[in-house]
Design a protein around this ligand. Structure first.
Ligand code: NAG
Ligand code: NAG
Ligand code: NAG
Ligand code: NAG
Ligand code: NAG
Ligand code: NAG
Ligand code: NAG
Ligand code: NAG
Ligand code: NAG
Ligand code: NAG
Ligand code: NAG
Ligand code: NAG
Length: 777
């Protein structure tokens, strides 16, 4: 018989607990020491020397990033955040049984998360954000009864979210954002009733948002964007009164929004529902979200009057209503501006691509001077631009294209000294282009096409030294092109003067446009021979000179424009032979019709594809591909000799001219091979009008290949390889490359938990690049 006294019993129990503890974790100070050494051994690269202190000259409790408990020499905290460590994570980590906090954020740890970590039953915080862990989320979490924060965001984890996550009953913050997870949200997540922050954005989870979430009464942030979720707006969210951030953009959610949204959610600061399939009216109850800073419903199918009383949303900073069907033909939709005049913090406003009508009220000028972007293109707005627009001193981007606006371009825009983008194409503006446009020295993109503007182009335009795109097409402009325009060597995306009534000859200065990709002077009354200096426009991809009175033959030196893809010289009086170098250029379209070209049509290159070329209306051509059905060439030897002589004279003229223009030829070739090999998007009108694009973090993330710092810090690869930027100037200038790096670093710091960052990055990208960032193809 065993018979213990009370004291003995207590001692035995204590001993057993001690033994179990020791056996279970294999644990003592020595094993912690060993585990740390094993962790260090798996680090293959330590750029900051963060682990040099991990050596025998110091007790391990004093090693950098290691914290021990006061009473015992056991590791309680391991914090190796932002150290750039490369390597994998040792399973020995699971032996440090006193660990309460593990934060290894923003390193480059790869491989799987060792399941042994599941043994750390004292764990309260586990944060592995911003690494490259692969494999699945470790499933055995049931031994983490104290875990309050689990962040595995921005890794490369795949597979499903394990059901065992529902055993984390104390959890406040849970993020698996920015991984490659699939298989939907497990409904048992609804059992985590302590949850305050839930980040699941930017994976491929799919499925619907589980109803069990109605139990998450303590939620403050819920971020479910970019996951292909389907279904209706989750109505249980209306019962979560502490909610501050509601973010579900870029899914396939549909149906209407509940009419009582916001009524019991006084703390909401962000409602982000952009790029879904929501429809119906936007509930006016949103007026009750008086703390709102971000309201993003763009790219949905909302309709009708914007019946929100913005006067009560005094903290509003970003308002994104673009690409919906807002508007009511009868009501004056522009009265929304009256109620917006109290929003003194408003920075970005996008109402573009809707059905809004009405007249912009004079109270526009009472708007926040913080307003940076005013985007209202593609609506039915009529009337004039009130001159009070000159009060919006902060404005950098103004897009009113594709509306029914009329009257003169107000002189008061001269006050908008920060303006970079002025897009008002496809309206009914009349009068002259104000010469004060030259005072807006920061302008990068100007789109005035498709109006009734008349008079000549003011020579002051030459003061807009940062201009990269200028569209003055489809107006009634006359006179010749001011020489100052051709001093703008910044022009890169496009110069479009087509469909006007402009005249005169093209000056030699056109050769300054070395970065220009698209030049369209078609449908005017230009005349003369093409200046040989055109051959310096080596970035040209798109050249349209059709329907003018140009004459003369094609200079041999134009063969330097090797980037040409689309060439239209039709309906002029060009003569001479079709130059053979056109066979060598990778043209996709060549229109030489209705000119006076003569002689043999080449048979290689673009001339093989008779669908890509047009040569009709040139009566003296012969030969070419059989499909052209041209007469056989009967050229005599003397004829062809004469031809070569003529050509060689031209070549000599071209060469000597070239060398007088400061040896441009060689320079051109260098530039060509440095810059032009990078493939860029084709320029188009839409580029001008819609270059404001909110770039989601996800897209930027993909574009930068996960902001991969290892590549960005290295000097061997140019940045252009990671981010394809449509503005070539930026690729040529160190300053902007630096800005890009800092941008990308902001991106690295920014976590999914902050959609402001998502917006902010979109804005910054936009501010920096003026154009769009596209994913590398
Ligand atoms: C060991 O760590 C100490 C303290 O950081 C450091 O001064 C010393 O250089 C380290 N020794 C080695 C061999 O890395
Ligand atoms: C972890 O280290 C980082 C950087 O050294 C520091 O900013 C952060 O506050 C630390 N975290 C904890 C919980 O001590
Ligand atoms: C978790 O899994 C690992 C490996 O399978 C195992 O070593 C560990 O004991 C498990 N932990 C728990 C609490 O089940
Ligand atoms: C994500 O997972 C899918 C399969 O589930 C795979 O095809 C894809 O390559 C993964 N993407 C990344 C970026 O790991
Ligand atoms: C979640 O809680 C419900 C009861 O609310 C229970 O039936 C269910 O088993 C729980 N699920 C998990 C995975 O724990
Ligand atoms: C919201 O809460 C009320 C009462 O608290 C309840 O009647 C209602 O069903 C809840 N709605 C949802 C969608 O959970
Ligand atoms: C705002 O909430 C109050 C009650 O708190 C309600 O009477 C009012 O109608 C709401 N406003 C809107 C526009 O829904
Ligand atoms: C602006 O706010 C004031 C009080 O702060 C309020 O009286 C006024 O009605 C508001 N204006 C608009 C247009 O809502
Ligand atoms: C603009 O604000 C001024 C005072 O700040 C006010 O007098 C004027 O009526 C406002 N204009 C409009 C059109 O609201
Ligand atoms: C525009 O610039 C010119 C020359 O720089 C200057 O004389 C003129 O006053 C400016 N106009 C305005 C309205 O600022
Ligand atoms: C175009 O300009 C010419 C003079 O250069 C003028 O005779 C003609 O009327 C103009 N055409 C139009 C449509 O304005
Ligand atoms: C704990 O870690 C495992 C690997 O996960 C090792 O195999 C064990 O030897 C180690 N135990 C001790 C006491 O260090």
């Amino acid at each position: 018989m065993f018979c213990f006294s009370k004291l003995e019993a207590v001692m035995v129990v204590a001993l057993v607990i001690h033994m179990i503890g020791a056996v279970f974790a294999g644990s003592n100070a020595a094993s912690d020491h060993l585990a740390l050494l094993e962790i260090k051994a798996r680090i293959t690269h330590d750029p900051q020397g963060a682990l040099t202190s991990w050596n025998d000259s110091l007790p391990f409790c004093q090693w950098r990033g290691v914290t021990c408990g006061r009473r015992h020499q056991r590791v309680t905290m391991l914090n190796l955040t932002d150290m750039g460590l490369v390597g994998s994570l040792s399973p020995y980590l699971g032996n440090m049984s006193f660990l309460g906090y593990i934060t290894l954020n923003n390193n480059q740890l790869h491989g799987s998360i060792p399941p042994e970590i599941g043994r750390l039953y004292r764990l309260q915080v586990l944060s592995l954000y911003g690494n490259s862990f692969t494999g699945e989320i470790p499933a055995n979490m049931s031994s983490w009864p104290k875990l309050s924060s689990l962040d595995l965001g921005r890794n490369k984890l795949s597979g499903k979210i394990p059901n065992t996550v529902s055993s984390l009953l104390k959890i406040n913050k849970l993020s698996f954002a920015r991984n490659n997870l699939t298989g939907g949200i497990p409904p048992c997540l609804g059992n985590l009733t302590s949850l305050e922050v839930l980040g699941l954005c930017c994976s491929q989870l799919g499925g619907s948002i589980p109803n069990s979430f109605y139990r998450l009464k303590n939620l403050r942030h819920i971020e479910l964007g970019e996951n292909d979720f389907v279904g209706a707006f989750p109505s249980f969210l209306l019962n979560i009164s502490m909610l501050e951030v509601l973010s579900m953009p870029e899914n396939q959610l549909q149906g209407g929004l509940p009419s009582n949204l916001c009524l019991s959610q006084p703390h909401l600061t962000q409602i982000i529902l952009g790029t879904n399939q929501f429809n119906g009216f936007l509930p006016s109850s949103i007026s009750n979200c008086s703390q709102l800073e971000i309201l993003d419903v763009d790219k949905n199918d909302f309709k009708g009057e914007i019946a929100i009383d913005f006067g009560r949303l005094k903290h509003l900073r970003f308002l994104f209503f673009g690409a919906n069907n807002f508007g009511s033909k009868d009501l004056d939709d522009m009265k929304v501006f009256h109620s917006l005049s109290n929003c003194s913090k408003l920075e970005l406003m996008d109402l573009g691509h809707n059905q809004l009508s009405g007249v912009i009220p004079n109270s526009l000028g009472n708007f926040s001077s913080k307003l940076l972007f005013l985007w209202m293109h593609s609506n039915y707005i009529s009337g004039i631009i009130p001159s009070s627009i000159g009060n919006l001193l902060g404005l950098t981007r103004l897009s009113l294209g594709r509306n029914n606006l009329a009257g003169m371009i107000p002189e008061s825009i001269v006050k908008l000294q920060n303006l970079q983008l002025l897009i008002i194409y496809s309206n009914y503006f009349s009068g002259v282009i104000p010469s004060s446009i030259g005072n807006l020295s920061l302008l990068t993109e100007v789109g005035l096409g498709g109006n009734n503007l008349e008079g000549s182009i003011p020579s002051t335009i030459g003061s807009c030294k940062k201009l990269i795109a200028l569209g003055l097409d489809r107006n009634k402009l006359s006179g010749s092109i001011p020489k100052e325009l051709f001093q703008l060597s910044s022009l890169s995306i496009g110069l479009d003067l087509s469909h006007n009534n402009m005249s005169g000859m093209l000056p030699q200065e056109i050769g300054n446009l070395k970065l220009l990709e698209s030049l369209d002077f078609s449908m005017n009354r230009f005349t003369g021979e093409l200046p040989v200096s055109l051959s310096s426009c080596i970035s040209l991809q798109n050249l349209n000179l059709s329907s003018n009175f140009f004459y003369g033959s094609m200079s041999e030196s134009f063969s330097s424009m090797k980037g040409l893809e689309y060439v239209d010289l039709s309906r002029n009086n060009f003569s001479g032979h079709i130059p053979a170098y056109m066979q060598q250029i990778q043209l996709t379209h060549l229109d030489l019709s209705y000119n006076n070209f003569e002689g043999e049509v080449p048979v290689e290159g673009v001339f093989v594809n008779t669908n890509a070329i047009s040569i009709i209306g040139n009566t003296r051509l012969c030969g070419g591909a059989p499909e052209l059905h041209l007469p056989k060439c009967t050229s005599t030897t003397s004829d062809s000799k004469r031809r070569t002589r003529k050509l060689s004279i031209r070549v000599i003229v071209a060469i000597s001219l070239c060398s007088t223009i400061a040896g441009l030829g060689l320079f051109s070739f260098v530039l060509f091979y440095c810059c032009i090999k990078k493939k860029r998007d084709k320029p188009s009108e839409s580029r001008l009008g819609e270059s404001f694009e909110k770039i989601s973090y996800g897209r930027l993330f993909k574009a930068t290949e996960g902001f991969s710092l290892e590549n960005l810090n290295g000097t061997d690869e140019p940045l252009g390889m990671h981010l394809q930027i449509v503005d070539p100037m930026l690729l040529n200038e160190d300053v902007d490359e630096k800005s890009l790096i800092s941008l990308v670093k902001i991106g690295v710091q920014c976590s999914c938990e902050s959609p402001q960052d998502r917006m902010y990055i979109g804005t910054v990208v936009h501010e920096l690049f003026a154009t769009t960032v596209t994913t590398r193809s």
